[in-house]
Design a protein around this ligand. Structure first.
Ligand SMILES: [Zn+2]
Length: 231
């Protein structure tokens, strides 16, 4: 994936990206369960404490499986496109049963009722990782806004705003050696504009910006649109 040489303040990397505590390990951002092998080169890693590195795993696995099941309309591993998710669902009958329980079929089609708390927890974690890695902005505190919805259900106007890479005027300036600043300086994008970073085509892309605070937008599996904002 696109990587910019990072000149950011290394002191921002001395603490866990997710709880702000002492760090002892590193965590991939995005989590590898959201990606397929072969993984992109230069997958970002952020500092994490051992507790955070392990506590998110079940929820990340749940979210990755849920999205794949929703896309397929089924929890049947044979109908799932991603080999990794097929494997997880086959080996974890409890997880499959839990997702199946949330599945409903009616005259209008198949729906799944997500476990919102688990979804939000993962989305917040992903946004914290991107904010730290891309912008050198540690935000261990909960965001002011966290919004998760299927991309296709987003209203057209909202969708355009969500997809747009045109910030208004940059109201907050990026830290001088941060990746966001590098993007602007090195013409990867026009001033006031930063491209979506595609980590793996069709599976994961995101956009992190300093725009009235810190704003991270993520699209998972071209299905789930996530918007996280710290004022
Ligand atoms: Zn932590």
């Amino acid at each position: 994936m696109l990587q910019t040489r990072t000149y950011g303040d290394e002191r921002q990397l001395a603490f866990c990206a997710f709880c702000g505590g002492p760090t002892g390990t590193r965590d991939h951002c995005p989590s590898r369960v959201l990606l397929d092998e072969p993984y992109p080169e230069n997958l970002p890693v952020v500092p994490a404490c051992v507790a955070c590195n392990t506590r998110f795993s079940p929820d990340e696995q749940y979210l990755a499986c849920l999205v794949s099941c929703v896309v397929a309309g089924s929890t049947d591993p044979a109908k799932i496109a991603r080999p990794k998710i097929r494997r997880i669902l086959s080996q974890s009958p409890a997880l499959r049963a839990r997702i199946e329980q949330s599945r409903a079929e009616s005259a209008t089609g198949v729906t799944f009722a997500p476990e919102h708390e688990r979804v939000s927890s993962v989305v917040c974690k992903l946004a914290q990782g991107h904010a730290l890695f891309e912008l050198r902005e540690p935000h261990p505190e909960p965001p002011d806004t966290i919004h998760v919805a299927p991309l296709g259900l987003t209203l057209r106007a909202e969708r355009e705003a969500f997809e747009s890479t045109h910030g208004p005027v940059i109201s907050v300036w990026p830290e001088v050696r941060s990746r966001a600043m590098q993007h602007i300086l090195h013409g990867i994008d026009a001033p006031h504009e930063c491209p979506w970073l595609v980590v793996q085509s069709g599976l994961y892309r995101f956009h992190a910006s300093v725009d009235s605070g810190i704003r991270v937008r993520i699209v998972i599996h071209e299905y789930l649109a996530c918007h996280v904002h710290w004022k």
